[in-house]
Design a protein around this ligand. Sequence first.
Ligand code: PLP
Length: 235
Amino acid sequence: MTRQRRAELADNLARVRERIEQAARTAGRDPDEITLVVVTKTYPAADLDLLADLGVQHVGENRHPEAADKHAQVAGVHPLVWHFVGGLQTNKAAAVARYADVVESVDRLALVTALSTAALRAGRELDCLVQVDLELEQREVRSGCRPDEVPAMAEAVAEAEGLRLGGLMALAPLGAEPRPAFERLAHVAAHLRTEHPDAGVLSAGMSGDLEAGVEVGATHVRIGRAVLGERGRSR
Ligand SMILES: *Cc1c(COP(=O)(O)O)cnc(C)c1O
């Protein structure tokens, strides 16, 4: 079983890396500028073992405590960089700050405060990305800041002790073309870098739209299904 799963993951990884290379070439970019974050949510720690063995260095999780459980099982064995990519409740910030290296979903001031306090208490420096909401319509529940809220949120992160402002993260809008949305994101990112030249991370692109992310300058793509398989299917 393990050998079969390993072969499957190796195959999928090769295909995803090929897509990244191809997209980078098409965009006239160096593929080495693009970091692959494999989003392992819902998949077991055994898969993270195999992925680390296959050269994956960055993993993403979207839920606490699932992420904490896997971190506890794997972190002592493999030196992975852990990205927290999901919506984060303020009351879970302290726990997440103990194991996450990067929190990609910072979208409100209460979370900045909670992460800062927790990072200081844990004696850690957390890289934070401000999540940008690219949906055009107003919705009741947002994840991410509106583009016009990004400068203030970025400033808050930059000023918070224990936190480092890495850059921006976004998901393409549901059911809409990713490219125009990612172009808006790239614009927000360019503006951010005029104020914060070191905040060069742009996390954009998933299994279905990594090419669009790479085209607008993504430095990080977050890939789940294309590496691990469709979630919720028997394997
Ligand atoms: C699940 C998830 C991904 C990966 O999505 P796939 O479509 O499986 O590649 C990327 N980013 C976030 C925030 C996610 O929750």
